[in-house]
Ligand binder design. Structure first.
Ligand SMILES: Cc1cc2nc3c(=O)[nH]c(=O)nc-3n(C[C@H](O)[C@H](O)[C@H](O)COP(=O)(O)OP(=O)(O)OC[C@H]3O[C@@H](n4cnc5c(N)ncnc54)[C@H](O)[C@@H]3O)c2cc1C
Length: 329
């Protein structure tokens, strides 16, 4: 079938690849392309800003998120074992999530069960009582989005710059449309449930540190340290309903202070160590919208947006489900 995908972030590209692999002819239309705005301008596509570590953050419902996340985990782990991270940007890292009090296993544990354990005394930063330790993929989006674009085009897909005001414009070109517009779905389908959750990260030069460390609930919340292929991403903030993509210096100072307090190796980051400060708006929603909708006779929309802080984490699982929904058409 001919399928038109709207959106060229991680959701649109991954979905496009899986649809090509299933034998369809696929075109992507997008308002913004990854990499279209060079730094220091704010990145145009949220996916460019993702840290990105595999972690089901701010995405619901748990049962579907678990299945999508587990599927994507397997794909990323296989990718990390092939070729070079210079080519695809994916590496496996040890993750330490520090917790201020004893906690049960997390709801998403099944996907990482084979490497998951609670931290032993002495493995945690000062001031923490418990912790989760597991292996997870870290996806360097500065490399990975280019890899996805190449893989999509090598598979026969086409990408063009095209902004739509509503899905009607897309249906005028093709009867099956996959909506991967992220936060753009507020305008494209008038989704009032979707809202921005602003994030800001500081990219610093590498400093021989290779573990992901995070605190979401403890004295340094929210802090995360994500060593990528050529740099380290320090975060973060989660500022709901704030639409600004301009870096805020006081937020940068807070991120550096919290990360330095969480991990001594991140203390004393000097201005010269900072490569970039970037912001992005997570497409937050009470639940990810992944469903098939018959908009009119013969006109099928498949929605795949609203992944919150986990669009990369869920990408391959969601893409597989889109392929299954297309096959019902
Ligand atoms: C600071 C930060 C850190 C994050 N860290 C992580 C992490 O560690 N792990 C993780 O899994 N996730 C992380 N995320 C979340 C992740 O970035 C998002 O969930 C994900 O990028 C959403 O991808 P998407 O492809 O759905 O949307 P987007 O990347 O926003 O792409 C949307 C696409 O749709 C296009 N579009 C929109 N409107 C229109 C229109 N009207 N017409 C045509 N095209 C349109 C856009 O131009 C773009 O191409 C983070 C986010 C932030 C901000």
């Amino acid at each position: 079938m001919d399928i038109l995908v709207i959106g060229c972030g991680v959701s649109g590209l991954t979905t496009g690849i899986r649809l090509l692999e299933a034998g369809h002819r696929v075109t992507i239309w997008a308002r913004d392309m990854p990499g279209s705005r060079p730094l220091p301008q704010p990145p145009a596509v949220t996916s460019e800003v993702a840290a990105a570590v595999w972690y089901p953050y701010k995405a619901y419902p748990q049962e579907r998120v678990n299945a999508w996340g587990a599927a994507a985990y397997r794909v990323f782990r296989e990718l990390a074992a092939q070729g070079s991270p210079e080519e695809h940007g994916v590496v496996m890292r040890e993750v330490v999530e520090a917790l201020p009090q004893p906690a049960p296993d997390p709801w998403w544990v099944e996907a990482v069960r084979d490497t998951f354990r609670h931290a032993r005394a002495g493995e945690l930063p000062a001031g923490y009582i418990d912790g989760y330790i597991f292996a997870a993929p870290v996806i360097d989006m500065s490399i990975y989005l280019g890899y996805l674009q190449r893989r999509f085009m090598d598979g026969g897909g086409t990408i063009s710059e095209h902004t739509i005001a509503s899905l009607d414009e897309a249906f005028a070109a093709n009867p099956i449309v996959v909506n991967c517009t992220g936060l753009g779905a507020r305008e494209v389908v008038g989704d009032k449930e979707l809202y921005p959750s602003r994030g800001q990260v500081v990219r610093i030069r590498p400093r021989g540190f290779h573990r992901v460390v995070m605190d979401d609930y403890g004295p340094n919340k929210v802090a995360y340290i994500v060593p990528r292929v050529h740099d380290i991403v320090l975060g973060g903030v989660d500022d709901e309903h704030n639409e600004s993509v301009t870096p805020d210096e006081s937020v940068t100072a807070g991120i550096l202070a919290r990360c330095g307090s969480l991990v001594p190796e991140m203390a004393n980051v000097q201005p010269d160590d900072i490569l970039a400060v970037v912001c992005g708006l997570r497409p937050a929603r009470s639940t990810v919208r992944l469903e098939r909708e018959e908009v009119a006779p013969g006109r099928i929309a498949i929605h795949n947006y609203g992944h919150g802080g986990a669009g990369v984490t869920l990408s391959w699982g969601c893409a597989d489900e889109v392929v299954a929904l297309v096959s019902q058409s």
